[in-house]
Structures are given as structure tokens and as C-alpha cells.
Design a protein around this ligand. Structure first.
Ligand code: BGC
Length: 735
């Protein structure tokens, strides 16, 4: 619809209709085309629903078409609804969790996955996805780390932009066929809750917020994200949904966001529990004045905004501004021309989980696995040797992340199926009843949990150990039940369940040739696992094609190439732990056991067990020294840093060559090093490749003592290597 026509339509809307655009119908309210269910309990009446602007979590081409049709018939101006849902790492075809996708260091791959998720969900009638989640994460206790692409602002930014492009396409004006609008979340700083406890207070200095946390959101906004979602947490003691400075000054003015701002689920209502609003009326007033356009899934706006306008506490201009933004989003999606957009039962039949989508899921999963340890080249497995597959996840289909709410677990490929199908001749044996050692944890939530045990765990354990003793090698598949990570899934322990550790111990006693494969949604404390097992492969929660991808990597049809997107802590007492931490006045330079009066622990090292960027391959790579094409850099120039990488092993492999920079002295303390670039290089045995990074003055900017985003002259160190501990270095001066 042309802008003029849209404005003319807008001019005809009553105040109630405009407020309706800001109201989102909670899930589970529609049966067929009619609103039912708990609406009445929430005080929502049919008049409210008649003018509602959007609806949450309703899916299915047929259903949505029905709801849309009825809605438009009932609406005084026949305005279509927006259908929004959480399509996080896939819709029906489920891709690896975002934390795992971060480990690919491959934004193009992530863009492809997002495009498939868009195509599938659009066919089911969805218009908006609540993704990407770009919260920077440093604390593995927080269950939502699985939704983020990790602890690095630069990598997060690339991944965020890739997801937005995948969902929305390249066209900035229209969100076309097979595309959905992206909503970047959770603005802002949600990834840093105190103690790693979900929804808890966030304490960040404004400098840290700007320097480390905002770039991810900014990258998504710059890529054109149509919506932003507020976060549940407070920042400087103000809940985001009432934070006018954050929303109006930072988000809109400084970051240049002009799309729709939606609250997180019930976050406006929660201003009461936060203790900054006495009632829903005040909560609505605070949120609207702060600039929150849509109230997600509660009646706070629809029940209070009119009274607030009438009493002068909220200006009608603010309502107009917000409602017009919602209409503009509908227009961008083409809903005035075609309110059903891509909803099509025929497309649902033909594309949901079609072969090419599954293929993409498999290929992505293969690249997310991180090989943490591989002594005596235990991996890859040889199809000729007898390998015993043991453990609770060998036969598990619950290997998709907690947000795969529209996926179909029954269609997930298990590891056993993957081995049988991908390596048909392999002499693999499977422990009977190996699913039965699962801890079978009951967690309150909307996810289905793994089936309960039906056999005596001791019998299953004895069987597993017996089988291990007869095999050449053991693949022991352990991990966390998938509901251990995700929303409201914070943990105080980062170790594996005790029954799994017992299994590991007993299996290692009878056969030392053990490879532990891990399914989990967060970095774990793997000290004991890593000590006991000869090989450790982190598989995360790989989704629909997890089992086939894993079988191919275990048997060497693909070499692992994933690099950790988040540090694996030494133990829980160390978190938050991240590679790009600040320097201190007393850095620990030696061994913590023989050093005193440094920034250190008495009982553990400062370093994580496995650092950010780390990951092995089935081959090995050697790095030459770093060469620079000049010793100093001036504004407007480019300095080139090069390194030669050689495959010194016997198999072809892909290395992610990483560039880190350290600002030796700034007007404020600078991180020990920061990722500034990376390149993927696939090399045959004996082959070498030259990698060159262009370094410009812009890459050296930061929030200086005066608050400006600028670079400062001085010395900089460059490190290039296979992970965040990269040793090869050189230095230059910025003049
Ligand atoms: C989560 C959001 C999500 C929303 C809608 C909230 O509880 O924090 O990430 O998008 O629910 O499902």
C-alpha cells in the first residue's frame, strides 16, 4: 500500500483501534477462527480481540488463514493481524542451537539456516520471528546462553546480521515472499544477570554496555531488523520496558532504530513486580512513555491506554506514533495486499523438512561440533573396528534445543540411526537399554522430556560396561537433558549428572579407549570428563539431523572444524569467564600455586579449561610468524598482517585462523585482546595457505575516557592463531 493510502487509513482509525494495534493476543486463545480459552480470565473481551494488532505463537497455514479472515471481517477497518512466533533455530527443520552455530564461525551458513527457517515458518503463516537473540553471554550458569552465538561482540554482530538477512532478505523496503520480519532481542544486557539466574538484576557500567553488549543489537539493526524486543531485566535499576533513556535516547536516537519495539512477554505488567509501578495503569504509562510500542501477550495496554490518554498522562501523539509503526510493519510485509502472505497448506506439505532443508541442517550440524581432545588419534573411528556406542543419548531424539517448539522430535535422527545410515558397514555395537541410564529429570515447562526409565539403571549400567570391555573403542554419549538449558534453566552446577559420571568411570576402567560425545546447551565443567576420556567431542544440541552429522564426523567422512563460541570454564567458581576480559593491575603471570598477591584464585587457574576460539581437527596446522607490511598506521590507511598456515597432518582439514588485537595503553583499561577478524582455510595434507588481514583505524575504536567512540594513537599488538590464546604476534603504532 502506498504511504499516502496508509496514512489516509490511519487517519480513519479511532483511538480504540489505534490502541488495539498495540495489543498482542496471548497464545492459546484461538480455536478455529474464534477466540476462546483463558481470555476471559485475563479480562480480555471480544471487543479487545476485535481490534488486536497481533497474535502470539499461533501456527499453521490453515488455522492462521481462518483466524485472519475472521479477524478482518470483524475489524472495523478490516486491518489484518500480525502473527508472531519464536522461530529461533529452525521451524520444522531444526538446526543446531545458536551457541553451536556460533562455533562454525560461518555467518553465511547461519544466513542459509535462517532463510530456511523463514521459508518454512512463512509457509505456516508466520509473519514475525522473535530472533535473533544477540545477548552477549559470559556466564554458563545462565540457561539462555544456548540462544546466543556466544561471548564475543564481533562474532555475535556478524551472526546477528546474517540471521536478519536470512529471515528478511536483502530488500530493505519489503519483506517479500518466503521471508519473515526479524525481531532482535532482548534489549538490553539481558545476558548478564547477577549470579547467572534468569530474569535477575543486571549491573553493567554504561561503558561496558556500550562497548561489549550493544554491538550485537546494533549489527542486527544495521542489517534492517524490523523489530526490537525489550528485555526482562533492569539496567541501572530501571527495567528495560520503562527505560526511556535506553529506548528513546540510545535505541532510537543513537542506534537509529525506527521499527517496532515490542515488550518481552508480560514485561510491562512485570513493572509492578519490579516495584516501579503500583498498578497496571502506571505500568502502561511508564512503558508507553518509554517508547514501547506493543505489549506482548497481556491486556495492560488495551485496558489502560485510553484512560491514560483521557487523563493526559499519555499523549495521543505517542499512541499515534506507535500504532503507525505497527501499520507500517504490516505494510512492509505486504499484508494489506495479501493478509495471508505465504500461508499455504500445499507449501507446508512440500517444504517443511524437505530433503534439501534436512541436508542443510546436517551440513550445518557437522560444522558446529568442537573436538576438544583427541589423544592418540582416537578419532576418527574406523568402520573395521568394533565400536561400542553407550550412554543415554545414543538413542535419544531429544537432541534439539529448548526453543525447537515447532519441531518434530520424532523426525530427529538419533546417533544409532545416523551410524547405520551414514556408515552402513561399520562394526558398531549398541548397548541395550542405553537410553535407560538417562537421569530422567522432570522440569516444569512446555517441552516434552525424555521418556522415563523402564528398566533398572543398575542392570543397564552392568550391560553397558560388559559391552565396553569387549569393544576396540567406546563412544560414550553423555550430556545434559535439553531442558537443562533455555529460558528459566539456570544452574548452579556445571557438571554432568552423577549417574553419567559413574558410567564414565566404570567404562574407562574396562576400556581406556573412550571418546565422550556431549549433547548439551551450555559450556560445562568438563575437568573430570576430559581427564578420563581420550577424546571429547562437543556436539551441543544439533537438531533434526544431529545423529547423521555426528556419525559422519565420528567416522571421518567430515573433519571437525568447530571452534568454541564460549569459553568452557575450569569450574563453576570461575564464571563469568571470557577471553576478552579487562587487564588488572596485578595480572597473574606465573602459576597460581606459586604466586601470591596477583589477581588469582588459591585453588584453580584463571584460565578456562578450553578457551574461546578453541577446537581441534583430525589434522594439525602449523603457523608461521606474523608479518606486517608497515610498522605504523595512519587514519585512512590499511595495514596488512599476514601469516602462513600449513596442514602438517595427514588429512584434509579446515582451520579458522583468528586475528586478535590488543591496545597496549588506552585512556581507559582495554581488554587483554579482542577478536577482530577470522578466515576459514581448507588445506590438504602438506598444503600451505597465506592469510592476510586488513587492519584499519576504525577497527581500533572504543569508548574512550571522554565517552567518544574513537581510536587513540599508541602501540597495538596483533595476535594470529588457532584460538584466543594465539601466540604469533607483531606490533604496530597508530599515529
Ligand atoms: C522470552 C522471549 C520470547 C517470548 C515469546 C519470552 O518469555 O523471553 O525470548 O521471544 O517469550 O515467546
Amino acid at each position: 500500500m502506498q504511504q499516502e493510502k496508509l496514512l489516509a487509513l490511519f487517519g480513519e482509525l479511532s483511538l480504540e483501534e489505534k490502541i488495539g494495534e498495540l495489543f498482542q493476543v496471548p497464545p492459546f486463545f484461538f480455536d478455529g477462527g474464534n477466540a476462546t480459552g483463558p481470555a476471559e480470565e485475563m479480562g480480555i473481551c471480544s471487543e479487545d480481540i476485535r481490534v488486536a494488532g497481533s497474535c502470539l505463537s499461533l501456527i499453521g497455514a490453515q488455522k492462521l488463514a481462518q483466524v485472519q479472515k475472521l479477524h478482518m471481517e470483524n475489524h472495523p477497518h478490516h486491518i489484518p493481524m500480525l502473527f508472531m512466533a519464536d522461530i529461533i533455530n529452525g521451524y520444522r527443520t531444526v538446526f543446531p542451537i545458536p551457541l553451536a552455530q556460533g562455533c562454525t564461525f560461518d555467518p553465511d551458513m547461519t544466513e542459509k539456516c535462517a532463510a530456511i527457517a523463514a521459508r518454512e515458518s512463512a509457509a505456516s503463516g508466520i509473519h514475525v520471528t522473535f530472533s535473533p537473540m544477540v545477548d552477549l553471554v559470559r556466564d554458563a550458569r545462565w540457561g539462555r546462553v544456548m540462544e546466543s552465538t556466544g561471548e564475543d561482540p564481533y562474532l555475535n554482530g556478524l551472526m546477528a546480521a546474517a540471521m536478519v538477512r536470512g529471515y528478511q532478505g536483502q530488500d530493505r523496503e519489503h519483506i517479500g515472499r518466503g521471508k519473515v520480519a526479524a525481531c532482535v532481542k532482548h534489549f538490553a544486557g539481558y545476558g548478564a544477570p547477577d549470579g547467572g539466574r534468569d530474569y535477575n538484576t543486571v549491573e553493567l557500567s554504561e561503558r561496558t554496555l556500550r562497548q561489549d553488549y550493544l554491538p550485537g543489537y546494533q549489527a542486527a539493526i544495521d542489517a534492517g531488523a524490523a523489530l526490537v524486543m525489550t528485555s526482562f531485566n533492569t539496567l541501572d535499576r530501571v527495567p528495560s520496558s520503562a527505560n526511556a533513556w535506553l529506548m528513546r535516547q540510545v535505541l532510537r536516537k543513537e542506534m537509529g532504530f525506527d521499527g517496532v519495539l515490542i515488550s518481552d512477554w508480560a514485561a510491562i505488567q512485570e513493572l509492578i513486580a519490579h516495584g516501579i509501578a503500583e498498578d497496571a495503569l502506571q505500568a502502561a504509562s511508564l512503558a508507553m512513555n518509554a517508547g514501547v510500542d506493543i505489549d506482548m501477550a497481556t491486556p495492560v495496554y488495551i485496558k489502560n491506554l485510553k484512560a491514560l490518554v483521557e487523563s493526559g498522562r499519555v499523549s495521543e501523539a505517542l499512541i499515534d506514533e506507535a500504532a503507525l509503526r505497527v501499520l507500517m510493519l504490516k505494510n512492509k510485509l505486504g499484508l494489506f495486499e495479501n493478509p495471508y502472505k505465504d500461508a499455504s497448506e500445499a507449501d507446508e506439505q512440500s517444504i517443511l523438512m524437505c530433503e534439501s532443508h534436512r541436508e542443510a541442517a546436517r551440513s550445518c550440524a557437522e560444522k558446529t561440533f568442537v573436538l576438544l581432545k583427541n589423544e592418540e588419534a582416537l578419532l576418527p573411528l574406523n568402520p573395521e573396528e568394533t565400536v561400542a556406542f553407550i550412554g543415554p543419548y545414543v538413542d535419544s531424539r531429544f537432541i534439539s534445543g529448548a526453543w525447537s517448539i515447532f519441531g518434530d522430535d520424532d523426525s530427529c535422527v538419533t546417533l544409532r540411526e545416523g551410524v547405520k545410515c551414514m556408515v552402513p558397514g561399520a562394526r558398531a555395537v549398541f548397548a541395550p537399554g542405553c537410553t535407560l541410564i538417562d537421569p530422567g529429570v522432570e522440569i516444569v515447562g512446555f517441552q516434552k522430556n525424555p521418556p522415563r526409565e523402564t528398566l533398572d539403571p543398575e542392570t543397564a549400567l552392568a550391560e553397558a560396561v560388559r559391552l565396553a570391555s569387549t569393544a576396540d573403542k567406546v563412544v560414550l554419549v553423555l550430556g545434559e537433558p535439553r531442558d537443562y538449558s533455555g529460558e528459566c534453566a539456570s544452574r548452579s552446577e556445571l557438571t554432568l549428572p552423577k549417574c553419567q559420571m559413574k558410567l564414565l568411570e566404570q567404562v574407562c576402567e574396562v576400556n581406556p579407549k573412550v571418546c565422550v560425545v556431549l549433547f548439551n546447551g551450555r559450556p560445562l565443567d568438563l575437568r573430570q570428563v576430559s581427564e578420563a576420556a581420550q577424546a571429547v567431542l562437543e556436539a551441543w544440541l544439533p537438531g533434526t539431523e544431529g545423529g547423521s552429522a555426528l556419525a559422519r564426523v565420528l567416522y571421518g567422512l567430515e573433519s571437525p572444524s568447530g571452534k568454541l563460541s564460549m569459553s568452557m570454564p575450569y569450574c563453576v567458581g570461575q564464571v563469568p569467564v571470557y577471553y576478552n576480559h579487562m587487564r588488572t593491575g596485578r595480572p597473574l603471570l606465573g602459576d597460581y600455586r606459586t604466586t601470591k598477591f596477583c589477581s588469582q584464585y588459591l585453588d584453580i587457574p584463571n584460565e578456562p579449561l578450553y578457551p574461546f576460539g578453541y577446537g581441534l581437527s583430525y589434522t594439525s596446522f602449523a603457523y608461521s610468524g606474523v608479518t606486517l607490511d608497515r610498522a605504523s598506521l595512519h587514519k585512512g590507511e590499511t595495514l596488512r598482517a599476514s601469516i602462513r598456515v600449513t596442514n602438517t597432518g595427514t588429512r584434509t582439514g579446515t582451520e579458522t585462523v583468528q586475528l586478535y588485537i590488543q591496545d597496549v595503553a588506552g585512556s581507559v583499561t582495554r581488554p587483554v585482546r579482542e577478536l577482530k577478524g577470522f578466515r576459514k582455510l581448507t588445506l590438504a595434507p602438506g598444503e600451505s595457505g597465506q592469510v592476510t588481514f586488513d587492519i584499519t583505524e576504525q577497527m581500533l575504536r572504543f569508548y574512550t575516557i571522554s565517552g567518544d567512540y574513537a581510536s587513540e594513537p599508541g602501540t597495538f599488538r596483533i595476535f594470529i592463531g588457532p584460538d584466543s590464546r594465539a601466540e604469533q604476534q607483531a606490533q604496530f603504532t597508530l599515529t
